[in-house]
Design a protein around this ligand. Structure first.
Ligand code: AMP
Length: 407
């Protein structure tokens, strides 16, 4: 059988997976610092959730969902994004008030696969449900910005816009449709199709950029309250030292966005995949899902693209020390390994009763910095500690090894 993973999916293995681990850890740490509890929702949901939530007119729902019937004939879909599930979970759990959840995991979209555009891709994300406060929008924008800086994505630009309230958005859509219809003969075939179904998305078409350059923008049609909220978000970002750029054409692809919308652009990547993350406010989503209004704001970032943007990061070694055993000391070496791991060190060893020479060679191949030899000195609580780079070799007491390994 063909051993390659399905088209548009990847096996993420060492050494590439080391950068992934770094990214996931950083997200875990930053989201926790910002007060987000971990949330986990199913990888598949009732298809209806995404049709109602993400929107039947969106490309994601029309063309990209992995939809199947289970054995009892229910229509289910692999999740193409996380937000709809979190709003469903919030409503289902009967939570009242402000709730913050962060997540990480795979999402599924039937895309034309290319670099940075996969059919199974990974996102980290965060949602704050139950508040309309624009300060929260700024907080969530800050969270993802700090995280991207921490993992070392160079030259990140935060772009923001406001789509106004739902009534502003509908009024804007009507004006935009008229404006685009007047220029329909200059739009590409894809945009003509999009115009009939999801007009805001025509602004995203790179081919039609020249035509749509002068199109009206949502900001021009915003209500005073939505305008004030947008001003608050911008002031907060300035206060928090998060640089941003206003992009009045930023509309995002999903139906549920109202008010603040934002994206993180890694300017070092090709335009086709330089959006490493994005999000916005979705105050109308609860109503779409089940008729209960509940405000919320969220962000999602694509790890596949973050890894591309990171380039070749210099990462600390995944193993700090290798423990090898002199003949007859394999049990004692196992005890030392177990002890060091218990103390928090990243330690490897060689199994299978190989000679000391073979073990040392195997260790040196791993680019490890330190080799610890367990032998005669063990009875006196001593091991040999050798730093490979300098070649320096010392006797160290077993109690002190983890101290020596600390960077
Ligand atoms: P979205 O849910 O479309 O707003 O996407 C949020 C982020 O997820 C994007 O900025 C990308 O980084 C990432 N993303 C979305 N779709 C894909 C995909 N097919 N392959 C890789 N990353 C993706």
């Amino acid at each position: 059988m063909n051993l390659a993973p399905p088209k548009g999916t990847d096996d993420i293995l060492s050494p590439d997976s080391r950068a992934w681990r770094r990214v996931l850890r950083s997200w875990d740490s930053w989201s926790e610092r910002f007060g987000f509890e971990l949330g986990m929702t199913p990888l598949f949901e009732a298809t209806e959730l995404f049709e109602r939530g993400v929107g039947e007119s969106t490309e994601v729902v029309r063309k990209q969902m992995y939809t199947f019937e289970d054995r009892a004939g229910r229509s289910l879909s692999l999740r193409p994004e996380g937000t709809a599930s979190f709003v469903r979970a919030y409503l289902n759990a009967g939570i009242r008030g402000v709730w913050k959840a962060s997540y990480s995991g795979p999402m599924f979209r039937y895309e034309k696969p290319q670099k940075g555009r996969r059919r199974q891709f990974f996102q980290v994300g965060a949602e704050v449900i139950g508040t309309e406060s624009p300060e929260v929008d700024a907080e969530i924008i800050e969270l993802a910005y700090r995280f991207l800086l921490d993992v070392g994505v160079p030259a990140v630009v935060v772009e923001i816009n406001s789509l106004g309230d739902p009534s502003d958005r509908s009024a804007y859509e009507a004006v935009l449709v008229t404006w685009l219809n007047d220029r329909i003969d200059r739009l590409c075939a894809d945009s003509v199709e999009t115009l009939a179904i999801n007009p805001l998305r025509v602004l995203d078409c790179k081919v039609c950029r020249e035509v749509t350059m002068g199109a009206p923008t949502p900001v021009e049609m915003m209500s005073p309250t939505a305008k004030e909220a947008y001003e608050t978000v911008k002031q907060r970002l300035t206060l928090l030292d998060v640089p941003y750029r206003e992009n009045p054409r930023l509309v995002r692809g999903l139906d549920y966005y109202t008010r603040t919308a934002f994206e993180y652009i890694a300017t070092g990547l090709d335009a086709a995949q330089n959006a490493v993350g994005g999000g916005g406010r979705y105050d109308g989503l609860g109503e779409k899902i089940c008729g209960r209004a509940v405000p919320g704001v969220g962000v999602a970032l694509g790890i596949d693209r973050i890894i591309l943007a990171m380039g070749d990061p210099v990462l600390p070694p995944s193993t700090e020390a290798f423990v090898v055993a002199a003949p007859g000391f394999s049990d004692e070496a196992a005890i030392v390994v177990s002890r060091l791991r218990g103390e928090g060190s990243k330690v490897e060893t060689v199994f299978g009763g190989r000679s000391l020479n073979a073990q040392t060679k195997a260790a040196a191949k791993t680019a490890v910095a330190v080799i610890i030899t367990v032998g005669e000195g063990y009875a006196q609580g001593q091991v040999t500690y050798r730093e490979l780079r300098s070649g320096a070799e010392t006797q160290v007491s077993i109690e002190e090894i983890s101290q020596c390994l600390k960077p």
